[in-house]
Design a protein around this ligand. Structure first.
Ligand SMILES: Cc1cc2nc3c(=O)[nH]c(=O)nc-3n(C[C@H](O)[C@H](O)[C@H](O)COP(=O)(O)OP(=O)(O)OC[C@H]3O[C@@H](n4cnc5c(N)ncnc54)[C@H](O)[C@@H]3O)c2cc1C
Length: 248
């Protein structure tokens, strides 16, 4: 069996590289920025490659390729042995690469653009994030908006809350949503699943509102309340608005 080749990818070559002719097994490492990640995903879909995500380390072990990546908001490190003969990953400053492959800029990017919700505080850079889950309704999310406004915070949502139409997909946090790294993460009506917390950085101090004392979120929260969110959130919003008015 031939040895894995690990190539970094630069985009913008004059012509697309005929990847089909590249010897396998091959790992292509794209830049870990927004265009790099978009291109890596499109490339993987087009060529049927394994998607390894953002990796921090790569090594060969007895003919196998093993990559390391962090998961669950940096709480765990995962080692993956790569089975297929074509894989893509993204990384910054990765050691042990065999060379660079320059691929052409795609002619026609098939991208559907969805306007982002009007949110004055950028979710990914926010120091305080106010999150809502399936335990809330539209009124609950309206209260989250008031709390966020009073604190200068951003609003996030769980996947089910997005599916229910309570928040736009641009506010979804988690494994298949955005990664946030605030100082404080306020989680209301969320159970605290690994898929959601994968999108919340390990430094975040979690405050939870959940009517079920056995909800897993209380295993991660530093403080919390089991009061019904429908009762608690309007009171919190009102108190914060009063404090803000006094400060003004
Ligand atoms: C491949 C994959 C990717 C996924 N990606 C994501 C992702 O990116 N983000 C994500 O969030 N999920 C993701 N999920 C879904 C995930 O598994 C969970 O289903 C989801 O995180 C649960 O969302 P939730 O906490 O809002 O809902 P639930 O788990 O249903 O929790 C709702 C909570 O609200 C509480 N509650 C109910 N009523 C009240 C009330 N009146 N007051 C206070 N509390 C109340 C309940 O006690 C409950 O704990 C993914 C799943 C898969 C399989």
């Amino acid at each position: 069996m031939s040895e894995w080749r690990i190539m970094s990818v630069t985009c913008g070559g004059p012509r697309p590289t005929p990847l089909v002719e590249e010897p396998r097994p091959l790992l292509l490492v794209f830049p870990a920025d927004e265009p790099g990640e978009a291109l890596a995903g499109a490339f993987a879909a087009h060529h049927g490659a394994a998607v390894l995500g953002r990796i921090t380390n790569v090594r060969r072990e007895g003919g196998e390729l093993v990559v390391t990546r962090s998961t669950h908001g940096g709480r765990l490190t995962l080692s993956l042995a790569v089975a297929p003969s074509l894989a893509v990953a993204t990384a910054n400053d990765l050691e042990g690469l065999d060379g660079t492959l320059s691929i052409g800029q795609p002619d026609d990017a098939a991208v559907e653009r969805t306007p982002l919700a009007d949110q004055s505080v950028n979710l990914e850079g926010a120091q305080i994030v106010i999150g809502g889950g399936r335990g809330l309704d539209a009124e609950g999310f309206a209260q989250l908006g008031r709390i966020a406004k009073a604190l200068g915070a951003a609003v996030s949502a769980s996947l089910p809350a997005v599916d229910l139409g309570l928040a736009p997909v641009s506010q979804q946090v988690g494994q298949s949503g955005k990664f946030v790294s605030p100082v404080i993460y306020f989680a209301a009506g969320m159970s605290g699943t690994p898929q959601h917390l994968a999108g919340v950085g390990a430094r975040a101090r979690i405050l939870a509102v959940n009517s079920d004392l056995d909800a897993p979120i209380f295993g991660f929260a530093e403080a919390g309340s089991t009061t019904d969110a429908r009762k608690l959130l309007p009171l919190v919003a009102e108190a914060l608005e009063e404090l803000k008015a006094e400060d003004a």
